[in-house]
Design a protein around this ligand. Structure first.
Ligand SMILES: Cc1ncc(COP(=O)(O)O)c(C=O)c1O
Length: 407
């Protein structure tokens, strides 16, 4: 292994939201819990990225850059990584994935439209829809002891009464990797109904070894459906703070409409750091990506073994991709709720938290996103970020175990 993921950083002295004491307090009620929440990793970026950032910093002048068609680097990466040859006339740069989605929602749906989103759902999808006067229609994924899945028949039926699909593939927070046939069925239905499918694939490069990410847009080409696929180097290479992404359109007129809107808002050019990091990540990241996905799978396996041995009633969700997973705490939720309610002095309120995130923040000093963050009905889950070093993960799990066993 060239990269040392066992040496993840303590980022409490950096300007990191994940490690920020006030932000941690907002979900746990206490400032000193160790962060296993916000979806970025604690690994230093690969050298090529660090050097590129250093080179920009050292240039000492940060005037207007000239990156030209920066999307080209993404196009080549997507072909190497996912075997998808995206047409030059189908891809655009976007200043962040959520920005790109918001723009796609505004262009290809209208106010009042109903947008179908599989749940549990990444919370900003609620903002994207609400801020743009669209209605988010929740589609609860099926769930059976740790495994979330898409009940296709039910999903296709739901599609008949909506105006757009907002998909997340691989799925955050469960970590489901969808199959090509599931995607094809959704796209065929979308074509029949003449609606657009938006697919957020920010976690797509982080599918664990043994699994394969199928880009929605690749399947859309065969089906002939309207689709926008969003990909980004941000999660893959731990550069999420330098917002960048690409939007890939199934049809050229969609790209033209998107580009026109971006130009109207003067949102077309990445800054120096954003552009250099984006290029280096996609140009040089193959080896890093392959070692990282193996390490993340190793973390996932270590969590599974720990839970099997010490806390068999806590279930880990699918976790087939990326570094976030849902932990099902329903076996203990009732007891934990009682403790938190009865000992209000011990568990301070947390405006962005819930019963579980407060309990484990205080008693285990582990900060995780409460399941309520992902929608109604998920109060007995927590999202756990395992994009850090394995020893730190095991120590956190030991503290979680201790807190549960002391109930
Ligand atoms: C599914 C998903 N989409 C989008 C984002 C955010 O993307 P960006 O910061 O590029 O807007 C995240 C970050 O956690 C995410 O998990």
């Amino acid at each position: 292994m060239k990269y040392d993921f066992d040496n993840a950083k303590n980022r409490s002295m950096d300007n990191s939201i994940k490690w920020n004491a006030e932000a941690i307090k907002s979900i746990t009620g206490v400032a000193d819990a160790e962060p296993f929440w916000v979806a970025d990793m604690d690994y230093e970026c690969m050298d090529e990225i660090v050097k590129a950032a250093g080179k920009v910093a050292e240039s000492k002048i940060y005037g207007y850059p000239a990156f030209g068609r920066i999307e080209e680097y993404a196009r080549q990466w997507i072909e190497r990584r996912h075997g998808w040859k995206v047409g030059e006339d189908k891809i655009s740069f976007a200043s962040g994935l959520l920005h790109g989605i918001a723009s796609g929602v505004r262009l290809f749906s209208k106010p009042g439209d109903r947008i179908l989103v599989p749940c549990p759902c990444y919370k900003p999808f609620r903002k994207v829809t609400a801020n743009n006067d669209r209605k988010l229609v929740e589609y609860p994924l099926s769930y059976d002891s740790g495994m979330f899945s898409l009940d296709l028949e039910r999903f296709l039926k739901e599609m008949e009464s909506i105006d757009m699909v907002l998909f997340c593939s691989p799925h955050n927070p469960s970590g489901i990797v969808f199959s090509e046939s599931e995607l094809a069925s959704i796209l065929k239905k979308a074509k029949e109904l003449d609606i657009t499918v938006i697919s957020d694939e920010i976690h797509g490069d982080l599918v664990h070894p043994g699994k394969r990410h199928v880009p929605m847009g690749k399947v859309a080409e065969d089906v002939g459906a309207k689709c926008i696929t969003y990909m980004a180097p941000s999660k893959t290479f731990n550069i999420a703070g330098e917002h960048s992404a690409v939007a890939i359109f199934s049809q050229k007129w969609m790209k033209d409409a998107f580009d026109k809107e971006e130009e109207a808002l003067f949102l077309t050019e990445p800054g120096h750091f954003v552009g250099e990091l984006f290029i280096k990540a996609y140009e040089k990241g193959d080896k890093y990506n392959s070692e990282l996905t193996s390490y993340l799978k190793g973390n996932r396996d270590a969590i599974t073994s720990f839970l099997d041995e010490h806390l068999p009633e806590v279930k880990l969700s699918n976790a087939e991709a990326s570094f976030v997973t849902f932990l099902d705490m329903s076996a203990y939720y009732g007891k934990i709720k009682k403790v938190v309610e009865e000992k209000s002095d011990e568990f301070p309120p947390a405006p962005e938290g819930g019963v579980l995130s407060r309990f484990f923040g205080v008693r285990a000093k582990v900060a995780m996103n409460d399941g309520t963050w992902f929608g109604k009905g998920y109060h007995s889950f927590l999202r756990f970020n395992y994009g850090t070093d394995r020893k730190r993960i095991i120590k956190a799990l030991e503290r979680i175990e201790k807190a549960i066993k002391a109930l």
